[in-house]
Ligand binder design. Structure first.
Ligand code: NAI
Ligand code: MG
Length: 359
């Protein structure tokens, strides 16, 4: 099959890690007989340097005309980069927020998977890790507290700040459907996280999630309060498959879940809208401290490309093959600096990409 993929190399280590992901995608094409047609899109600092703005209308149009977008990372060193002398709305990050909005990406997927080979980096105790864990957090990304009305008022010399948390049924339903669809491709369990003992928005959340669950009889649904979920992530992470939650809870829990894996260079992510379309990127930033030195770990980006194959292109077999290749190379002992441990074989960004593409 033929697919159109927009590539956003971005800033810092972005171009290096996207190059390696492309090597792996090329290997997928030659093995399975697909054709990927790439178009390169400028975003963030790279776009500022050429066009003076972090995102152009043309870039959005190119992304929209593609089946999926694969991105490296954007941004520079806030202390030294000239991009941060610009006003906030013209800085690299503004481009990322703008493209997410333009593409209506309301579902944010963040897997947290523990490789047995990297267990030493996991901050949890052996008895907590058990057989390991493999979960994915499905976070609502365009509603809730971060997008509600906010204001600060002053009365009798005392300031009061107000943020508004609201969700309507449609917003809840579409993210719940995403979570259940994903569960169907995994272990068929959804843990919906809320604060229904206190919040009205959470009570509506629970009701709508239960309605959606009726369409997925094979999927087991459980509800969990957010404070309990925060504890369970470090107490028994192996119990989770898909965690479905609203914007702010998901922001906090996904960072917590990524830390329990212990390796930032390994974590992929996806942001989806209500079609098959998605934007795929590593969870980490542009690491300006190691940019251009062949030191960055490309695996988070390669695994993001695997998510793209699975969720936007429906190429499950190909996604499995990429994930298995990453596993094989780790089992053989190859490591970039961020995941290095004693007795392993040190490699740079490009060698890691070559090894995974070959596998
Ligand atoms: P960062 O994630 O870029 O780096 C944190 C630390 O992890 C650094 O020591 C870095 O060298 C290391 N690291 C990150 N990715 C790595 C990889 N693949 N392999 C090996 N080591 C890796 O976070 P930081 O330093 O806070 O931000 C740097 C820039 O990235 C800033 O401009 C920030 O705004 C931007 N950023 C962009 C994101 C995006 O594009 N979605 C997300 C987060 C930050
Ligand atoms: Mg966060």
């Amino acid at each position: 099959m033929e697919y159109k993929i927009a590539l956003i190399p971005g800033d810092g280590i972005g171009p290096e890690i996207v190059r390696e992901a492309r090597k792996v995608l090329d290997a997928v094409c030659s093995k399975y007989g697909h054709k990927f047609i790439y178009s390169e899109v400028l975003l963030g600092g790279a776009s500022i340097d050429v066009h003076g703005v972090p995102l152009t209308e043309e870039a959005v149009e190119t992304a929209k005309a593609s089946d999926a977008v694969l991105m490296g990372s954007i941004g520079g060193d806030a202390k030294t980069s000239p991009w941060y002398k610009l006003e906030p709305s013209r800085r690299p990050e503004a481009g990322l927020l703008a493209i997410r909005k333009a593409l209506n990406l309301f579902a944010n997927l963040r897997p947290a998977y523990l490789y047995q080979e990297l267990k030493a980096a996991c901050p949890l105790k052996e008895e907590v890790i058990g057989e390991g864990f493999d979960m994915i957090i499905v976070r609502e990304l365009t509603g809730g507290l971060y997008f509600g009305e906010r204001k600060t008022v002053e009365e009798n010399g005392i300031k009061t700040a107000v943020d508004t948390l609201s969700y309507n049924e449609n917003e809840i339903r579409r993210i719940a459907v995403k979570a259940f669809d994903i569960a169907m491709k995994r272990k068929k369990k959804v843990t919906s996280v809320d604060k229904a003992n206190v919040l009205d928005s959470s009570r509506l959340w629970r009701k709508v999630v239960e309605e959606v669950a009726k369409d997925y009889p094979e999927v087991t649904l459980e509800h969990m309060l957010v404070d309990n979920c925060a504890m369970q992530l470090v107490h028994n992470p192996g119990q989770f498959d898909v965690i479905l939650t609203e914007n702010m809870f998901g922001d906090i829990l996904s960072d917590e879940a990524s830390m329990v894996t212990g390796s930032i260079g390994m974590l992929s992510s996806a942001s989806l809208n209500d079609t098959k379309f998605g934007l795929y990127e590593p969870s980490h930033g542009s690491a300006p401290d190691i940019a251009g030195q062949n030191k960055a770990n490309p695996i988070a980006t390669i695994l993001s490309a695997a998510m793209m194959l699975r969720y936007s292109l429906d190429l499950d077999r190909e996604a499995d093959a990429v994930e298995a290749a990453v596993q094989k190379v780790l089992t053989e002992g190859y490591r970039t600096g961020d995941i290095m441990s004693e007795g392993c074989r040190p490699v740079g960004t490009a060698e890691m990409g070559d090894l995974i593409a070959a596998a």
